[in-house]
Design a protein around this ligand. Sequence first.
Ligand code: AMP
Length: 145
Amino acid sequence: MSLHGTYDSQNIFAQIIRGDLPCYTLYEDDDVLAFLDLFPQSRGHSLVIPKRAAARNILEIDEASLAKVMAVVKKLAQAIVDELQPAGVQVAQFNGAPAGQTVFHIHMHVIPRFDGEGLGIHAASKADPAELEALQARLVKRLQG
Ligand code: AMP
């Protein structure tokens, strides 16, 4: 059951937190990490995760950790709106495979939505590294500004 189970410390996001796998970091503090989605559903699709909570989903995370994650979600959504000027911004979170979850470390999706552009297929095609690097530079600068 993907909704219920034990936390796997070898999941992709746990490896990213430990520094065993790279990511396009946008923001990091002691508790929260934000980075670009490698298989984006739109330009600027980002993820925000807790670093200290070994939680698979919203049912398992403690409220203090969730609050810290959401504070970064808001900060990042603002930076994305200011920098990329989307027509909308979607914040999403899935619990269990039937709900669309594929990585079992809780994460919030921040997905800018542009007029006339449909949503890309979930976790389907890998973005161009040069494009991700350019987006990372713009968003990091905006977040620090
Ligand atoms: P979910 O389906 O809600 O569990 O979302 C997992 C997300 O992680 C998807 O949007 C994937 O594109 C994304 N993803 C998977 N592997 C990586 C990775 N190594 N770096 C960044 N994003 C990833």
